[in-house]
Design a protein around this ligand. Structure first.
Ligand code: M6R
Length: 610
């Protein structure tokens, strides 16, 4: 997730900008840059890599400025490079941006026909060109920016400075974070409070659709759509710098769990058209003609991403009726897989750097398959070596336990399955729009699902001393049982197993006694009655049952000691909603056991060795 910083005041802006960027490093980034005003105009310094590279590039120069903006970039459009790093510039307009401009392709084409020359692959660059275009038509800086904003679709927080009005910063918020710091004759803008906490604790949080005009005299906020002034009260921050980095959450894992509504919204942003009942395939390097020719799909991944792959099989086979094979990457690479002509291999990887997944990906290419990577990190090895990439855009995941990356992978697979089904003529446009409509409601439903947190914490208190835990699911939610078990063992070190519930009688039922907690996933699907019977089997042997079911389900409650009721969604999206209480349960159990939640023992975030 990109980070923005901006300063206007009486001190030297440059060390403030650099310090601010360092405080935003926790958000993850792959390049950085600053722009500041000197006597002869704005200077822009940018580089791929770490902030220390940026510092190195300006070291030794006697730089002083009273106004400037800076940025750490987490690539979304275009690889991490100096040209794609922010700030971007057109004429005297310099911009930093966090978010995604959905309609930037159309805007870019339009601006090119007007003679604008682009120097990056980013969506951001259209913003400075648009403002510049309006300024040339005689509009003031503020009005030109307002007019430009009228064209933008998507999520954005923007900082803009202008050579011809060098006494002000414009800062805009629409669905991406932005906070303004209030000092004495000095002001800050940032994506997050730690960026300027060293200088002030007094802040204003602009709301969506608002623009702040900031000079050394003060801050004036207006609704940029209605062009009407608004008043926002200042708030005093009492958090410590570390608390502030985690947004007030105790751990990155919890923060990332709570980020899911936003992360899912970013994954689906601009990815499909309700009117055309279609997925926008261009961005993924896939053509419908290619999808039409696909006769077999292999899904390959490790760990939590492998659980996504298992769920992806249910989605693709059910919607598109194409046979899918799922492999753990470390098995695929050595098993000499038979890859018939017309095969598509989908590798799923948050980091894009997992050694086994990369080896499997290379093996698949060697065997002649086309490869699609579902990946979170732009410019990662997997994304570079694949024929096509579906970026999940969930923002950096810092906690070792994968949470938001998992649910956004499932969201990506849902969209891919629809695209595949459409190409194969297996879904009618009406059915596709229904699937899209449900997807549009998903971020809100996830928000509602997160309200289960308090109830989950109580369950965690009751069970945090157990030695073993069993998770049961069936059908598309069987991999969620595996995911619940993996999360619990990974961060709380409690031994846990996930099973397809129908398999109980074939062995695991022997484990059930009065000490064994069994969490069962019981959505209202085609195997609901079956799972109730499986719950009976556990109950009659004294096992302690925790059921995850859908709102309004009284039957599941009568079968179990604890019931967690979740919002209803369609069959394919249930795993996303049902993973939430399981991730929360693992989190609370680990906290209660005083484990290192974000960095569990023996584990690394990115497993780059075999
Ligand atoms: O970056 P990747 O998605 O390729 O990582 C795969 C696994 O290492 C990862 O999902 C791991 O299982 C997580 N720690 C699970 O929470």
């Amino acid at each position: 997730m990109c980070g923005i910083i901006g300063y206007i005041g009486t001190k030297n802006a440059i060390p403030i900008l650099i310090n601010g960027l360092k405080r935003l490093e926790y958000r993850g980034y792959d390049s950085a840059g600053i722009a500041f005003l000197q006597v002869n105009g704005f200077s822009v310094s940018r580089c791929a890599g770490k902030i220390r590279e940026l510092e190195r590039s300006i070291r030794g120069e006697k730089l002083r400025a009273k106004i400037g903006i800076g940025h750490t970039r987490w690539a979304t459009h275009g690889r991490p490079s100096e040209e794609n790093a922010h700030p971007h510039r057109s004429g005297g307009i310099v911009v930093v941006h966090n978010g995604i401009i959905e309609n930037f392709y159309e805007l870019k084409d339009d601006l090119k026909t007007k003679g604008h020359v682009f120097s990056s692959e980013t969506d951001t660059e259209v913003i400075c060109h648009l403002i510049c275009d309006y300024e040339k038509k005689g509009l003031s800086f503020r009005d030109a920016t307002r007019a430009a904003l009228g064209h933008l679709e998507g999520a954005y927080a923007i900082g803009v400075i202008n050579e011809s009005e060098p006494d002000r910063i414009l800062a805009v918020k629409n669905d991406s974070p932005l906070v303004i710091g209030l000092g004495k004759k000095e002001f800050f803008i940032a994506s997050d409070i730690p960026a300027f906490l060293k200088y002030t604790r007094d802040v204003i949080f602009p709301e969506n659709g608002e623009m702040a005009e900031i000079t050394t005299e003060g801050v004036s906020i207006s609704n940029f759509r209605k062009n009407r002034k608004v008043t926002r009260k200042a708030t005093r921050i009492t958090w410590s710098p570390t608390m502030a980095e985690k947004g007030g959450y105790k751990h990155f894992m919890l923060k990332e769990i709570y980020e899911q509504p936003r992360a899912i919204a970013d994954t689906i942003r601009g990815r499909f058209s309700l009117e055309k009942a279609g997925v926008n395939l261009d961005e993924f390097g896939l053509k419908e003609s290619l999808l039409k020719r696909v006769s077999k799909i292999f899904l390959v991944a490790c760990g939590t991403s492998w659980h996504s792959a298992l769920i992806g099989k249910y989605m693709i086979e059910d919607m598109a009726r194409i046979p899918c094979e799922v492999d753990i990457a470390s098995e695929f690479r050595y098993r000499q897989p038979l890859i018939p002509r017309g095969s598509l291999v989908i590798v799923i990887t948050q980091s894009g750097e997992t050694a086994d997944t990369l080896a499997a990906q290379r093996e698949a290419r060697k065997l002649g398959a086309r490869v699609l990577s579902i990946c979170n990190v732009v410019g990662s090895t997997s994304s570079r070596e694949a024929h096509g990439v579906f970026y999940t855009h969930s923002g950096p995941e810092i906690g070792v336990a994968s949470t938001k990356a998992f649910t956004t992978q499932l969201t990506a697979l849902y969209l891919f399955s629809i695209a595949m089904a459409k190409a194969k003529g297996k879904l009618k446009d009406k059915e596709i729009t229904e699937l899209f409509s449900e997807l549009l409601q998903l971020p809100e439903k996830v928000e509602t699902a997160l309200k289960i947190d308090g109830a989950v914490k109580k369950i965690a208190k009751k069970y945090c001393k157990v030695r073993d835990f069993l998770y049961l699911g069936r059908g598309i939610n069987y991999p969620i049982a595996l995911e619940g078990a993996l999360k619990l063992k990974e961060i709380s070190y409690i031994h846990a197993e996930g099973y397809p519930a129908g398999e109980m009688k074939h062995g695991p039922i022997a484990l059930i006694d009065n000490d064994m907690p069994v969490l069962t996933l019981a959505p209202n699907d085609n195997v609901y009655e079956k799972i109730l019977s499986n719950m009976e089997e556990v109950k009659s042997r004294g096992g302690k049952l925790i059921a995850v079911a859908v709102e309004g389900n009284r039957k599941a409650a009568s079968h179990s000691s604890e019931t967690l009721l979740m919002p209803e969604t369609n069959y394919y999206l249930t795993p996303i909603i049902f993973s939430i209480p399981l991730h929360l349960l693992a989190y609370h159990m680990a906290v209660l056991k005083k484990c290192n939640v974000d960095q569990p023992r023996n584990l690394a975030k990115s497993v780059t060795v075999e």
